[in-house]
Structures are given as C-alpha cells and as structure tokens.
Design a protein around this ligand. Structure first.
Ligand code: PRP
Length: 207
C-alpha cells in the first residue's frame, strides 16, 4: 500500500484526476473526509505547508507539494518529478510595482510568510532586511506602512493588483513536485517508480 499526501484544493483535484486517468475508476474524497483508500493507495488530504512533514515523518511515502514550500522548509525529501501543475512565482511586490531603491533604505522592511526564501534572496544581494512575519493577507502590510515591500506567491496577480501592488522582482518560479520519503524510495522502489513513470508519461502526453 502506497500512502500519498496531497494538498487541499486545486492541486489535489488535478493529482487525483491524473490517478483516475492512469489507474481507471474514480479517485474522490468524500465530503470532509481526510483519508481515501482506493485499490493499493491511501491518499491523505493535508495542508500544503504540512505535506513535507508527513513525508519526512514516513506517514506518507509520497507527496505532492509546491517547490516554494520545499525551498522555504529546506525539506529532507527526494524531489522525484515536476508535475507541471500549480504554476506560480515567488515575487517581491511594492505599491504600484515601483522598483526598490536599495541605496535609499538602510534596512528594508519586508512582510512575508516565506521568511527563509526572503532572507536568502536579500542576503545574496547584500541587502539588510527586517523580516516581518505574517501568516496571510501579506498584501495589506505596505498599504498601512507596516512594510516597504512584500515577498509572496503570485499566481494570477489578482490579489496584488486589487490592492494596488505589483511584482517588481521575481525570486523563483514554482510548480507542484512529486516528492518521496527517502526510506520508502528504497523499501517501495518498484511501486514508486511505477507511479513515477505513469505520471511522467501523462505529463509528456499533455504537452
Ligand atoms: C496566495 C498568496 C497570495 C495569493 C496570490 O494566498 O499568498 O495572497 O495566493 O494569488 P493570485 O496571484 O492568483 O491573486 P492563498 O490564497 O494561497 O492563501 P494564504 O493567504 O493562506 O497563503
């Protein structure tokens, strides 16, 4: 039995669709249930930020999670395959998309929930930053002068736009990855590679 952790929302739906296509039958969670057992698979519905915790802890053999989460957490897992879905970018955003004048500020105040990606990015540019950690609604921070800029996920760009912000620098592109627990990859190698090849073929057929 392979245990697979999926993030709630669109990525879970697209991943389960892929499994339906590969193995036939319907792969659907019942209303509000967090576990789905189907054939030789057990799917776990967890929060995006928690996927790697389940996989690293061995509670799931496989997981599907955004590259941004893996980078932010520095997760100790195997990155098996880019699933070519859930595309987004991690960007620096400012009011009106104005370029940041790095000579003008002694310490840039950055609101974000992606503290590690943010710190790494600005450290590489030798820019001193004060990270203001927020759990969500990050776009609000520059509007009320809590921060000079934000670092956040941009998918459609609507959230920034609706709040008068725009991306001014792109830090990284992200998409959903199939990840594996390192021990599972040894003990269940054949089963995992079977899924891997089928998903890979599906992605190729789509493009
Ligand atoms: C993310 C992100 C932005 C928004 C960007 O939040 O933090 O707020 O999506 O998407 P857009 O470019 O399509 O508008 P999410 O909805 O995942 O909720 P969160 O605040 O819990 O992270």
């Amino acid at each position: 039995m392979l245990k697979i952790a999926l993030p709630k929302g669109r990525i879970a739906k697209e991943t389960l669709n892929a499994f339906s296509q590969i193995f036939g039958g319907s792969f659907e969670f019942e209303d509000r249930k967090l576990k789905l057992v189907k054939d030789d698979f057990e799917f776990l519905m967890v929060r995006n930020q928690d996927i790697d915790t389940y996989v690293m802890g061995g509670a799931a053999d496989l997981g599907v999670v955004g590259l941004d989460v893996l980078e932010e957490h520095g997760s100790d897992v195997l990155r098996l395959l880019d699933l070519d879905l859930g595309h987004c970018k991690v960007c620096v955003g400012t009011i009106g998309g104005e370029q940041i004048d790095y000579n003008k500020t002694s310490e840039l105040r950055v609101a974000t929930s992606l503290d590690n990606i943010t710190q790494k990015y600005f450290s590489a540019k030798a820019v001193p930053v004060k990270i203001i950690h927020l759990y969500g609604s990050v776009e609000l921070a520059p509007l009320v002068n809590l921060a000079d800029c934000i670092v956040d996920i941009v998918e459609t760009g609507d959230t920034m736009r609706q709040n008068g912000l725009a991306p001014c620098e792109e830090i990284m592109k992200s998409s959903a990855y199939l990840i594996a627990n390192k021990l599972s990859f040894v003990s269940k190698k054949a089963e995992i590679l079977e899924i891997y090849s089928k998903l890979e073929a599906l992605i190729k057929a789509r493009n």
